[in-house]
Structure formats: C-alpha cells, structure tokens
Ligand binder design. Structure first.
Ligand code: COA
Length: 226
C-alpha cells in the first residue's frame, strides 16, 4: 500500500472511531447558503471595499483580537478576499464567508462577515464570529445569517460543538448566541483582549457560548430554500 493510500485509510478509520479532532469542512457550496433575507457566499473580489469598511467600522474592536493587525489598504483587502475564496473552496479553517443581504428584486448586497475557525483547545469544535456593517445592523440579518451558518456547520460529519466567545461588554452577541441555540456556558476571566481608544490593551471577561451539533440539528428552524 502506498504511503498516501495508507494515510487516507488511517484517516477514514479514525473518523469512524472518534470525531475528527481537527475539523476540515467540505468545500463551501458554490451556490451559497440561504437564510431569511440573506445568504452566505464565498467572498468575491468586488466585496473588498466593503470588507475594508467593515474592518474599520464601529464595534469591530470588540470582534477582532487586539493582537491581530487590521487590514489597511484596498490591496490587502482584495488579497484577503481571494485568500478566503480559496479557504472556503478547500474547506480549510479559518474561513470567512460574506453575508449578503437579499431583497425580492434587488441583487444581493454585501452586509458583513461570518468567520469559522477551529476552537482553541477544543476537539471537533469550531468557533464562529459575525460582524455586520453598521448600516446593516438592526435589520433582521444577524439571526438569519447565524442560522444559515449553523445549518451549514451542523451538516458537517464529525463536528461536535459550535462555540461563540465574546467580551461580556458586547451584550448584543450574548442575546444573539442565546437566540440561535448557543447557550451561555460560563465566563472566562480577562480572556478577551480589546484595544482601547489610546491603543492600550484592556482585558475583558469573556462569555463562552456553545451548541452541540446533535442538539442544534433538532432545534434549528427549517433551512430556507427559496
Ligand atoms: C453582533 C452584530 C452582528 C449583531 O447584529 P445586529 O444587527 O446589531 O443585531 P440585531 O439587531 O439583529 O440584534 C440581535 C438581538 O440582540 C438584541 N440586542 C441588540 N442590541 C442589544 C443590546 N445592546 N443589548 C441587549 N440586546 C441587544 C436585539 O433586540 C435582538 O434580539 P431580538 O431578536 O430578541 O429582538 C452587530 O452588532 C455587529 O456587527 N457588531 C460588531 C461586531 C461584533 O461585535 N461581532 C460579534 C463578535 S462574535
């Protein structure tokens, strides 16, 4: 047996015995994943300007780790969009998907981002985070977009937990996570680094939420198919 075949057989056998410890998602569907009034799609080149705007919009300091450098230029945003197209198509993590708002007769419009990454210290677990452009907030998009990503993730074989972590000061995410079936599990003391207006790092307590994929499959509202 060749080395490559042997490792493929080994992986298949391990999958049957235990959930995959390092989740790899299937390629993201090219037609996207529908939600009520929105869809998740692979990033396109034309999303780059709006994604750059999102990067610097209000509230984003509560989204990104204070240790991650923000994108600064249109070129960086374009190259990031292309890297996320590749991640989504390959199923590798972390992967970001564009949230597009869709109306009845208008073409879909870029509204924000959902990122899926491997959960830190978790087995067969991913962490999800969401951000919307300020003009797209409060427009009934966050909950449907979250349901859409949960539909996508709960269909992944071997994935066991879906987590969300946020600063305790970010109340809207707490409500959002509870609403979509990712209840609060506890608080990690000073686990969330946030850069304040002076550029100094403040450590916020972090609220941890999670849903089990088996439970979510039973509780999620029906997928949108239109
Ligand atoms: C998090 C985010 C995507 C939510 O989107 P949104 O459009 O603002 O959320 P919604 O208006 O749909 O609100 C979702 C729920 O939270 C509630 N909510 C909104 N603001 C709230 C607040 N300040 N305190 C408590 N609840 C709040 C809403 O009432 C709604 O609950 P309901 O459906 O029961 O009425 C958006 O605020 C955002 O992009 N924030 C910046 C990035 C960020 O912090 N992301 C989270 C990292 S995981």
């Amino acid at each position: 047996m060749s080395g490559r075949l042997r490792s493929a057989v080994g992986r298949a056998l391990r999958r049957r015995l235990v959930p995959e410890p390092d989740p790899v998602l299937p390629p993201f569907p090219s037609e996207g994943v529908l939600g009520r009034g929105c869809m998740l799609a692979c990033y396109r080149d034309e999303d780059a300007p709006a994604r750059l705007e999102l990067e610097h919009s209000e509230g984003m300091l509560m989204w990104r780790s204070a240790f991650a450098d923000p994108m600064m230029t249109p070129e960086q945003a374009l190259s990031w969009c292309r890297s996320q197209q590749a991640q989504a198509r390959s199923g590798r993590l972390p992967a970001s998907y564009a949230i597009l708002s869709r109306g009845n007769h208008a073409p879909p419009v870029y509204a924000g981002d959902i990122t899926v990454r491997q959960a830190v210290g978790g087995f067969a677990a991913v962490e999800v985070s969401i951000a919307l452009l300020p003009r797209m907030r409060g427009r009934q998009l966050a909950i449907p977009a979250s349901y859409a990503v949960l539909h996508w993730l709960t269909a992944v074989e071997g994935l066991h937990r879906i987590e969300v972590a946020h600063s305790v000061k970010n109340r809207v995410v707490c409500v959002l996570a509870d609403t979509v079936g990712l209840p609060r599990e506890g608080t990690k003391r000073q686990a969330f680094p946030v850069k304040n207006a002076n550029g100094d790092i403040e450590w916020h307590d972090a609220c941890s939420h999670a849903g089990l994929t088996a439970e979510l499959r039973r509780s999620l509202p029906a997928a949108v198919t239109d």
